[in-house]
Design a protein around this ligand. Structure first.
Ligand code: NAD
Length: 268
């Protein structure tokens, strides 16, 4: 394709057409998908890094000062996830694409758990029917024991931190860590491997609401393109991948994805 995106309607129809004809379609999502649900992004207007020091949330800091880390993380957690928020039309459109058999997997950079919640709301988790959800960076609603690997609801760990019991510890004595990939920490190898394989196997990779500057998300569209896949971008702003993408929808994800779903449904 020629990288010319003058008519966004053309891009939408072309993408819908490719999705209908594809064997494997993978969605890659970032913070922009959850922004309309009220979850702030890290960067950009009203991003949380305007209010918090990114350097306090590194793996190194966690290891040096787990008590201080948990107190700061408690503030960040309240700022990001303090309000009740729910999946939006973008999450729902992806679930619908999965249920109709078009979408193989949702690979997400998000740690808010909203893709899983959207899938659960239609009874769609673990039954093999809808798209798989791969959380590349973990899930902020869980905590994991750094000694025995026990996973627990993060809420109880945060309640203990709020009561001054820091760092929260597991029954085995190990320190709990939020079950997210911290800056400076490796991504879980198996999840990363699967995400790369999915990107390589995809006939269509749809990157939604991701600035595509953080690895490995940044390189997944490239992997898809290298093996002949169509790359579609949905974002309010330009991304570094736009110039080489096959279709670019410069739009709110909650608007573009339902329209894409309707076009997929309506065509053929
Ligand atoms: P980012 O904050 O760097 O970029 C967000 C992108 O979404 C931007 O390109 C922006 O233009 C776009 N966007 C914002 N609102 C949109 C909308 N309504 N429709 C379409 N696009 C929209 O986020 P990122 O690139 O996804 O990732 C950075 C890291 O931040 C990730 O590793 C992720 O783990 C973490 N993060 C997660 C959450 C969450 O779980 N919801 C929130 C903030 C950051």
């Amino acid at each position: 394709m020629d990288g010319d995106h003058d008519d966004p309607g053309d891009d939408l129809e072309r993408l819908a057409d490719r999705i209908r004809g594809a064997e494997t379609v993978v969605a890659l999502t970032g913070a922009g998908v959850s922004a309309p649900s009220g979850v702030p992004t890290f960067r950009g207007d009203e991003g949380v890094w305007d209010r918090f020091d990114e350097g306090q949330f590194t793996h190194d800091r966690f290891r040096r000062d787990p008590a201080g880390f948990w107190l700061d993380r408690l503030e960040l957690q309240r700022a990001m996830y303090g309000d009740t928020y729910e999946p939006n039309a973008a999450h729902e459109a992806l679930v619908a694409l999965g249920r109709r058999g078009y979408l193989e997997a949702i690979v997400t950079q998000n740690t808010d758990g909203l893709h899983l919640e959207a899938a659960r709301s239609v009874g769609d988790v673990g039954d093999g029917e809808g798209a798989d959800v791969l959380e590349l960076h973990g899930n902020a609603h869980r905590a994991v024991c750094t000694a025995c690997g026990d996973r627990t609801d993060a809420e109880s760990a945060f309640e203990r931190a709020a009561a001054g019991d820091v760092p929260p510890r597991c029954e085995c004595g190990g320190v709990y860590k939020p079950d997210v990939v911290l800056f400076g920490e490796r991504l879980p190898a198996a999840v990363l491997r699967r995400a790369r394989t999915l990107a390589e196997e995809s006939n269509v990779l749809l990157a939604v609401g991701s600035s595509l500057v953080v690895e490995p998300a940044a390189s997944l569209p490239r992997l898809a393109a290298r093996t002949g896949g169509t790359v579609g971008i949905v974002n309010l702003e330009a991304t570094p991948v736009d110039a080489t993408a096959d279709a670019v929808l410069r739009a709110d994800a909650t608007d573009a994805l339902p329209r894409l779903l309707a076009a997929v449904d309506g065509g053929g």
